[in-house]
Write a protein that binds this ligand. Structure first.
Ligand SMILES: CC(C)(COP(=O)(O)OP(=O)(O)OC[C@H]1O[C@@H](n2cnc3c(N)ncnc32)[C@H](O)[C@@H]1OP(=O)(O)O)[C@@H](O)C(=O)NCCC(=O)NCCS
Length: 182
């Protein structure tokens, strides 16, 4: 794996997007992106803001796991600013051929095709690294994400009623899966 590899994408509105592996120096920017999504009550699993120490630890661990082939992770950068993150985390033991996908993009940069590009690239790398099944969990009312996942070949395999809670309200969780090929 080449940790310095970079991929370029021209978004639907012409913006140039750079996809690359995370580096230790990214932790502060990444922290502000994730905390922005928490403030927004974006439909992601996390609900607590992170501090500098936690984010530095997260990035250090992410880099270690990428090197150990336990995860695929890319950041998207526009004009040298981090705007998005995608990860496919390999499960362990008898499920080590299964990965779990998570993605988030800063509000201003959604609906430009960046998510589609990031997921396609991450799936390609996951397949190369021997991940055969990718699963994910999504808020049942996250229509944008569900549309995109279906477009990329994910199928709904389950629904956990009221498994997610935000602002005191319960939401159903949908589980989706894509088989990358054995
Ligand atoms: C979900 C997310 C990753 C998608 O990435 P993105 O770059 O915004 O998505 P893209 O532009 O690649 O594709 C969005 C697609 O959804 C469609 N879409 C947008 N809003 C929609 C809606 N309300 N209902 C249905 N489809 C919708 C767009 O038209 C586009 O489809 P198309 O290419 O077929 O026209 C991103 O919006 C995001 O980070 N959202 C907040 C956090 C989140 O939801 N993370 C996922 C947790 S499971």
């Amino acid at each position: 794996m080449n940790l310095h590899k970079e991929m370029l994408y021209t978004a639907k509105d012409g913006t140039l997007v750079l996809l690359r592996y995370p580096l230790e120096k990214d932790s502060m920017q990444l922290m502000s992106v994730i905390n922005e999504l928490i403030d927004e009550h974006a439909p992601i699993g996390a609900n607590k803001k992170v501090n500098r120490k936690q984010e530095e630890e997260y990035v250090r661990n992410a880099i270690k796991e990428i090197k150990e082939k336990k995860r695929i992770q890319f950041l998207a950068e526009i004009d040298k600013k981090i705007v998005a993150n995608i990860g496919i985390n390999r499960l362990y033991g008898k499920s080590a051929h299964v990965g779990e996908l998570g993605i988030f993009i800063k509000k201003l940069y959604r609906d430009k095709g960046i998510g589609e590009f990031m997921i396609r690239q991450a799936l390609k790398y996951a397949h190369k690294e021997g991940i055969k099944i990718v699963k994910l969990s999504v808020f049942a009312n996250n229509n944008r994400a569900i549309h995109l996942y279906k477009k990329l070949g994910f199928k709904k395999v389950g629904l956990l009623k009221d498994a997610l809670k935000d602002k005191g309200r319960y939401f159903d969780e949908i589980i989706m899966v894509k088989y990358l090929g054995f």
